[in-house]
Design a protein around this ligand. Structure first.
Ligand code: GDP
Length: 139
């Protein structure tokens, strides 16, 4: 296994419900290290650009509205096998299907408002990290 970096977004439902600390604690407990972090309020253009791959999906408008409703916390996580490990810590997209102890099982409301985003491949992680962070943020 290699040391990887992945992008995490703590989504608006979680910042609205003051679950940021609880989520960061689960991330750190899993062995992933937070190497960069920022709280920000996404514009529609930023949310739409970030989720461009879902542009044709029926829920795209809803997703952009949700992601711009309140601030998010974006961070870069580093560790052994970080991309797959964070997907495990997050749990399934639909919290009803998420395993016990996962972020989505503990905090998410439904398949749309599911508290966190995590990159789904190393290639996407690189693209997503560069979307939010400059090289100088990541030394
Ligand atoms: P992820 O990689 O587990 O986040 O899941 P996907 O890549 O399939 O979907 C991206 C995001 O779109 C999800 O995390 C949800 O916030 C949202 N999403 C996915 N499916 C639905 C849906 O059926 N309805 C709504 N409203 N949002 C959805």
């Amino acid at each position: 296994m290699a040391i990887e970096r992945t992008l995490s977004i703590i989504k608006p439902d979680a910042t609205e419900n003051d679950n940021v600390g609880g989520i960061l604690q689960l991330i750190e407990k899993s062995g992933l290290r937070i190497v960069a972090m920022r709280r920000m309020h996404l514009t529609k253009a930023q949310a739409g650009g970030f989720y461009e791959v879902h542009k044709e999906r029926p829920f795209f408008g809803e997703l952009v509205d949700f992601m711009t409703r309140s601030p998010v916390v974006v961070s870069v996580l580093e560790g052994e096998d970080a991309v797959a490990k964070y997907r495990e810590v997050m749990g399934a997209t639909d919290p009803k299907k998420a395993a016990d102890g996962t972020i989505r099982k503990l905090f998410a409301k439904d398949i749309g408002e599911n508290s966190v985003h995590g990159s789904d491949s190393l290639e996407n992680a690189k693209r997503e990290i560069a979307f939010f962070f400059a090289e100088a943020d990541l030394l």
